[in-house]
Design a protein around this ligand. Structure first.
Ligand SMILES: [Zn+2]
Length: 480
């Protein structure tokens, strides 16, 4: 009888006092002592969402190998109950939805593990989620945190599965050990071996297309892309290196520095090494830092030492052992520190965000394009993904900068596609369409030429005046 009561008590208490387990209790190992498989990460996020009113967890798509792409929305219970209003007010404040609003809640989006073999950050995503809803609840009063625990689960499982197969027990920290020599193609790219951190603007991959849809429904004020670099280069965080694209505002620059200083405070306290303002610039628009920046956010890349070389532990050239536990601790610290700064400055972030979208004072006001119908359609498909508005005009001659001969002139504009900067995403229009991006220094991490009219093989004119358009779809028989 006593046994029955005990069982009954356990059964009832499970339901009455259901509580969120730490990642360690749930997974059965301390974070940083194993590489968790994607399915286990998903299970943990589901567990937290089931047991906390501060977290909702959903799927936004599937990878080529059918792994779920997921995101958690983390905020106070009150905000969570009111989340749709918070989301739509944000869009209203920047002109993307009808109406007006002056939101006071900041939205921070943390994207983990876009490069699959930079595998510490997904582990840090679990720690960050748990700490936010246990130790850091106060920050969630005025801040919504969106966590995508793994942007590239196919690549990450490719790495984690390989590592789990070959690692010694205990792990071998010698650089020569098999577990530090990841075979081709490695876990960095997705199923089709595309680098998803070059795909934000071009959206050629299913992961990007599904994520961008969600991103544009939220439009966060802060976005962090978590990465890893070589084992001897401790940790990189904002502020970024030059060149900065000229469209980046003084506020965006300053806020990067504020966030960096907060991280530095925590790193200094622990004696952890880091660097800023080197290597990782802000120009090419298809990264997880620049794309959000051109969409008005404080976009940042964080780089932890490790990468596919490091495994659970590796002896660095500096003569100490770098462990996965260290890497997870560092990424957890910067993630939390980011949310802290956002929370302390939530109203500044939202009002500056609003200003970014209201200011469409760009050199060229309209881009007018003609040419092959398939190419035009391919371009409008891309604009749809980014929710950039456009229209068509069916007569007239346009004057301005002619792309084909790189000088001023005029172009016949029958059945022409018109993309104006006079719209909320006008600055992104400038970045994607302008004939030449200004470089403050030629030393940049990536390419310097991506202008869409050239990329899509279209005739184009960049006009300094606002070209009106009357049709939202191609008006008559398209060019062939
Ligand atoms: Zn990376």
């Amino acid at each position: 009888m006593a046994k029955l009561f005990t069982l009954l008590f356990l059964f009832v208490s499970t339901f009455l006092f259901a509580q969120v387990q730490s990642p360690e209790a749930f997974l059965g190992y301390k974070l940083g002592t194993q590489f968790s498989r994607h399915a286990d990460v998903v299970n943990y996020f589901e567990h937290v969402a089931e047991n906390s009113k501060m977290v909702t967890y959903q799927t936004y798509g599937k990878t080529n190998e059918r792994r779920p792409l997921t995101y958690a929305i983390v905020s106070s219970e009150e905000n969570s109950a009111n989340i749709e209003t918070i989301r739509t007010n944000n869009l209203k404040s920047i002109g993307i939805e009808a109406g007006s609003a002056n939101p006071e809640k900041a939205i921070v989006w943390l994207s983990y593990n876009v490069h699959g073999n930079e595998a510490s950050s997904t582990e840090a995503a679990m720690a960050t989620l748990y700490k936010l809803i246990t130790e850091k609840k106060d920050w969630l009063e005025n801040t919504v945190v969106i966590i995508d625990p793994c942007v590239n689960p196919d690549g990450r499982d490719r790495y984690a599965n390989w590592y789990n197969q070959v690692k010694a027990s205990p792990y071998n920290p010698s650089q020569d050990a098999t577990e530090h020599s990841e075979p081709w193609p490695g876990g960095r790219p997705n199923h089709y071996l595309f680098d998803l951190n070059r795909d934000w603007a071009w959206a050629s991959q299913v992961e990007s297309r599904q994520r961008l849809k969600l991103y544009n429904q939220w439009m966060p004020q802060v976005h962090v892309d978590f990465h890893e670099q070589g084992i001897n280069e401790p940790y990189y965080f904002a502020p970024a290196a030059e060149p900065f694209h000229e469209i980046i505002t003084p506020f965006q620059r300053d806020f990067q520095t504020q966030i960096g200083k907060n991280h530095a405070k925590y790193f200094d306290k622990e004696g952890w090494l880091f660097f800023t303002r080197e290597r990782f610039d802000l120009l090419y628009p298809s990264y997880g830092d620049t794309y959000p920046i051109y969409m008005g956010a404080i976009g940042m890349t964080y780089e932890q030492a490790g990468h596919g070389f490091a495994g659970l532990g590796i002896n660095t050239d500096e003569g100490f052992e770098l462990t996965l536990e260290d890497r997870v601790a560092h990424h957890t610290t910067t993630g939390l520190s980011t949310v802290e700064v956002a929370s302390k400055n939530a109203t500044t972030l939202t009002s500056e965000f609003k200003k970014y979208f209201a200011d469409t004072n760009t050199k060229y006001k309209s881009y007018v394009l003609t040419g092959n119908a398939d190419n035009l359609n391919a371009l409008t498909d891309l604009l749809d993904i980014h929710q950039i508005q456009y229209g068509f005009t069916n007569s007239g001659t346009m004057k301005g900068y002619i792309y084909t001969n790189a000088q001023s002139g005029s172009m016949k504009a029958e059945n022409a596609l018109v993309v104006s900067t006079n719209q909320p995403k006008g600055k992104m229009v400038q970045v994607l369409f302008e004939p030449k991006a200004k470089l403050s220094t030629p030393l940049t991490y990536d390419i310097t030429a991506w202008s869409l009219p050239y990329a899509y093989g279209l005739n184009a004119v960049a006009s300094t005046s606002s070209v009106s358009y009357t049709h939202l779809t191609l008006p008559t028989t398209p060019y062939v």
